[in-house]
Write a protein of this length. Structure first.
Length: 499
């Protein structure tokens, strides 16, 4: 092996020898006195700090002339303002089924140019203001937002108004975005986790349901500039918008600035219908195996159709799932990662959409332990239903995690804005955060078992496993947990016979 250059050796020598030499320096009298008088005992575990207290800020609500709602919460102390235009409804309500991904394209291209600014000018203007404008459209809501200093609020809002009212959606930018998206989709099919994220929702819901659709190369190629213009005209309307403003600004100041900046945003639109087609009826537990030759790991995605967000069991489900698959010491992660060493981490979650979102558990597992991991997944899903009810410690940890993590969400202007916005986009009661702690703490061990029995059914699970079929199919079949159906990377059946 060749030696590093002399200058590099000198730097390395300085790094190696500087710390020990510094450590050998004698203590000054002041340091000696501090060490002698210190009462801190490093052999004793420090007592936990005070439980953080949730202080829910106050906000005012008023209707604007164009039909949008304005919600303002003053948060003084720092000269910052967080601004969001939240749209109720998203891709699931406004996007054609055969053009999945259109909503993301529209949001991503708002900053590509307006009738007054090119994309480069927009970027430069925002850079000079020291801020950025984000736009995104999810399945059931959308938003355009920024955070700025108080003295840059008005000029930033003026740029946002230009993006909202005057986008041009240039064809060359659309072509670049489509090409980049297709490359990303190709790369995604090279990852077991990426494949699972396509196959699981499609297998559980089918593409007849919005929850079962994902962006594909076919849907991307079908999108035209006229589709973006049509979506834009229909979606960005004040009739289903709630503007939330948080920070160093009063309601009067915010309303005055918004009225001036958005004077060209004409009234129209309404809150969409969130009716969804019925989800497929539960079927007997089946393993859907997707072959990824040479994969070093197997990705698990197993679950079933869950409840909508409005379920009265919401808080009991949050507590139950915290101990099942959210906390680091949750049952799934403790067993499969910590005890068995099959994975770097597994988890579970409920989607809680406006419709019946999915319950999903899973993670990445070393190939050689795919069958063993499945056995443990099934064991934990069965045990949480009653054979091994939650202990008092588990219940206390789950509740504490939910309650003590909530105050941090109100620590910044963006955090406060996120939480206030969710009240309106998710149609929650306005005192939701005030009653959150009480509702969580009211959950009992019996509630946890009851909702686990109601919403987790080991006999009717969709189990998607993506991995090297040549290595994992026979061991999976030997578990006799469920029959195996082989799918391709797009979630379509192959000619291979089930085992």
């Amino acid at each position: 092996m060749s030696r590093p250059p002399a200058i590099v050796r000198g730097v390395l020598a300085a790094i190696v020898f500087a710390a020990p030499m510094a450590a050998q320096r004698p203590k000054t009298p002041a340091k000696q006195q501090a060490a002698a008088t210190s009462s801190f005992d490093r052999r004793v575990i420090p007592a936990p700090g005070k439980t953080p207290e949730l202080i829910v800020p106050f906000w005012n609500k008023v209707s604007l002339a164009n039909g949008a709602q304005l919600v303002v919460s003053e948060k003084r102390g720092l000269p910052l303002v967080s601004f969001r235009i939240n749209f109720i409804g998203g891709a699931n309500q406004y996007e054609p089924a055969d053009k999945t991904g259109l909503a993301n394209f529209v949001a991503g291209m708002l900053s590509e140019g307006t009738t007054h600014r090119s994309g480069d000018q927009i970027s430069n203007d925002l850079q000079l203001l020291g801020t950025d404008i984000d736009a995104e459209i999810d399945g059931e809501s959308g938003r355009i937002s920024f955070e700025s200093t108080r003295n840059r609020f008005a000029p930033t809002l003026a740029i946002l108004a230009d993006l909202l009212e005057n986008p041009t959606f240039p064809q060359e930018a659309l072509d670049r975005l489509k090409a980049r998206t297709i490359v990303s989709l190709t790369q995604n099919r090279d990852r077991t986790s990426g494949i699972a994220n396509i196959v699981f929702p499609k297998t559980l819901f089918t593409t007849e349901h919005p929850y079962g659709r994902t962006v594909s190369e076919t849907s991307v190629k079908a999108i035209r500039r006229d589709d973006l213009l049509s979506f834009y005209r229909t979606y960005f309307r004040p009739g289903h918008a709630v503007i939330t403003v948080v920070g160093d600004i009063s309601q009067a100041e915010a309303k005055r600035a918004i009225d001036a900046a958005l004077k060209g945003w004409n009234s129209g639109g309404s809150v969409p219908d969130f009716g969804y087609p019925a989800a497929p009826a539960p079927k007997p537990t089946t393993i859907f195996l997707v072959d990824k030759p040479g994969a070093a790991q197997s990705t698990f995605a197993l679950g079933e159709v869950g409840p909508p967000r409005i379920t009265p069991d919401y808080f009991a489900l949050r507590v139950m799932n915290e101990m099942l698959g959210v906390l680091f010491q949750s049952r799934l992660n403790h067993n499969i990662r910590e005890v068995k060493g099959y994975s770097y981490g597994v988890s579970s979650r409920f989607a809680f959409g406006k419709g019946p979102g999915a319950f999903r558990a899973g993670g990445d597992v070393v190939t050689a332990k795919t069958d063993s991991a499945l056995i443990e997944f099934m064991k934990e899903l069965r045990d949480i239903r009653g054979p091994r009810p939650p202990t008092n410690d588990e219940l206390a940890q789950a509740k504490a995690s939910l309650v003590q993590s909530l105050p941090s969400g109100f620590a910044s202007v963006n955090g406060v804005n996120d939480n206030i916005a969710s009240i309106y986009t998710q149609d929650l009661p306005e005192d939701y955060y005030q009653v959150f702690t009480r509702a969580v703490n009211a959950v009992t061990r019996e509630d946890v078992v009851r909702v686990a029995q109601k919403y987790i059914d080991p006999e009717h699970l969709t189990i998607v496993i993506v991995g090297d079929r040549s290595k994992i199919e026979a061991p999976l079949a030997a578990t006799k947990i469920a029959p195996i159906v082989v799918l391709d990377v797009n979630g379509n059946p192959t000619s291979s016979r089930p085992r």
